[in-house]
Design a protein around this ligand. Structure first.
Ligand SMILES: Cc1cc2nc3c(=O)[nH]c(=O)nc-3n(C[C@H](O)[C@H](O)[C@H](O)COP(=O)(O)O)c2cc1C
Length: 237
């Protein structure tokens, strides 16, 4: 049986430029792994309000933000049911864009799946696209990878040519600039393939387990009781 794996790519650029091209290229490379399908999410032109920490998603235990019915609504189902994620952001002041930061923060309703071990079975990889050769791609990759770390997801490194993710120099020339950065585009493709491959290996492993692993153990605890105690301590009533 060929286990099916879905990889989602998100472009955090507000325009049709280098980042959307790079994320699409990573997804294309991912489809080179058998059984992999992809979906592209373009944040360009989307209305995504920043999280206001009202905690309504947590109080109501819903899988979406009940406070803002903006464009974010369409993404919760897709994210929850995918196996691997590629987050791509332009470098803005050596960091991620406001668009992708809002997107990441607004995923808070799905945070409750951390303790179910859900994200521990998923894979993430990052792409940063700067206008300058060394303009903060690595700090941007760190910011994106930190999101994956917070969820307990397995962060995929690109290895020797894409260490902590794919770093691209667009030279401020949008798609054409990215295409001219051979090294950067190689790192994008390596990352896309690695995310897909590791997601597939993980899923095949999980599907073929003779004894299912309970969520608390996937989340790193020795049993459900230990996790419950931790949650009890963390929740302020
Ligand atoms: C507000 C702003 C801040 C930026 N800051 C940086 C930066 O710190 N380092 C850098 O290399 N490029 C910086 N850039 C340039 C973009 O990262 C670069 O042009 C990138 O390729 C844009 O991606 P896009 O074509 O997908 O929109 C900045 C651009 C803007 C608009």
């Amino acid at each position: 049986m060929n286990t099916q794996v879905k990889i989602v790519g998100v472009s955090g650029s507000p325009r049709k430029g280098a980042t959307q091209y790079c994320v699409r290229e990573a997804l294309l490379a991912a489809t080179g792994i058998s059984g992999v399908s992809t979906e592209f999410i373009d944040l360009r032109g989307k209305e995504i309000h920043p999280c206001i920490h009202c905690n309504q998603c947590i109080k109501k235990q819903v899988d979406y933000c009940p406070t803002f019915s903006d464009d974010m609504r369409a993404y919760y189902e897709i994210i929850l049911h995918s196996d691997g994620f590629i987050l791509g952001s332009p470098v803005y002041q050596m960091n991620v864009t406001a668009q992708i930061q809002a997107f990441i923060n607004r995923l808070r309703p799905l945070g409750r799946y951390i303790t179910k071990g859900h994200w521990a079975t998923k894979v993430g990889g990052a792409i940063a696209v700067g206008g300058t050769r060394n303009g903060g791609q690595e700090t941007t990759l760190e910011a994106l990878n930190n999101f994956f770390f917070c969820t307990g997801m397995n962060v995929v490194s690109g290895g020797i040519f894409a260490y902590n993710g794919a770093a691209v120099w667009s030279n401020d020339k949008k798609e054409q600039g990215a295409k001219e950065d051979d090294e950067g585009i190689d790192s994008v493709r390596i990352l896309g393939r690695r995310v897909a491959l590791i997601a597939k290996i993980l899923k095949v492993g999980l599907v073929n387990l003779t004894e299912p692993i309970e969520g608390a153990i996937l989340a790193g605890f020795s049993n459900q009781k230990e996790l419950d105690r931790k949650i009890e301590k963390f929740i302020h009533r």
